[in-house]
Design a protein. Structure first.
Length: 243
């Protein structure tokens, strides 16, 4: 794989920003719209996201998505849109903002369904939706809607696990746990009123799903030092669910 040309990507993004007209700019630069350019701008947006430049990351990711769409790379365009949504997720601080991002994530998941090469994007879109529920719950100013939000985060996790093969490959286990850990930790550590039993029902379902999807000796995190904490939460989950 060639090294991304980030300087050329920056120049393209800067020129598009200064033009003020995406459609006209893309038409004028049609000959420059190549897979290599799209990949370079996507790589640029990833670097910006890592650096905390969320506005720039979002603009660059959407630019890469636009290039991909115009050259017929739908799966790659969806991956770029997901990256832009990750920037929105990082900027969110309120329940309403997390709710708005979650809605866009689920739309992205739906669009990725059945698109060749978009399976990882579909998985990550629902995974970030799980995290939106957790952070919205933490941002809530009162027990309700906090309880509804954590319940829905658990339900998103149920949906994510339902969509997986019976036993997850190692790289997907670590990503799944990164998405699920905060929600499972909060859901099993706090006492909820849980009228209707929705939280307990979701926890029981998740316990059964994890038992079949994650081998007992699996590495749970890319950082082995976090495995113990994750294992503790899974043990608490099993106890909470009567396992």
């Amino acid at each position: 794989m060639s090294t991304p040309d980030l300087e050329a990507a920056q120049q393209f993004v800067r020129a598009l920003s200064e033009s003020g007209d995406l459609e006209a700019f893309m038409e004028q630069h049609r000959a420059e719209l190549t897979p290599a350019l799209a990949d370079d701008v996507h790589a640029l947006s990833k670097e910006a996201l890592k650096a905390g430049a969320f506005d720039y990351a979002s603009f660059a990711a959407n630019t890469a998505g636009s290039v991909n769409l115009r050259i017929g790379r739908r799966a790659e365009a969806l991956a770029c849109h997901l990256l832009a949504l990750q920037s929105d997720f990082q900027r969110a601080t309120t329940v309403d903002e997390y709710e708005a991002v979650r809605s866009e994530l689920l739309t992205t998941e739906e669009r990725a369904d059945g698109v060749e090469g978009a399976d990882q994007t579909k998985f990550e879109a629902r995974g970030f939706a799980v995290q939106c529920g957790y952070f919205a719950c933490e941002a809530a100013a009162s027990p309700e809607p906090a309880e509804s939000l954590i319940r829905r985060s658990l339900e998103d996790l149920v949906a994510l696990l339902d969509d997986q093969q019976s036993v997850l490959p190692p790289e997907r286990i670590t990503l799944l746990m990164a998405f699920a850990y905060p929600t499972l930790d909060l859901a099993t550590a706090r006492v909820w009123l849980d009228e209707g039993g929705g939280i307990e029902a979701a926890l029981s379902r998740i316990t059964a799903q994890i038992d079949s999807a994650i081998p007992e000796d699996a590495q749970l995190s890319e950082d082995p030092s976090r495995d113990a904490g994750m294992a503790e939460v899974l043990a608490r989950l099993a106890t909470r669910s009567g396992g």
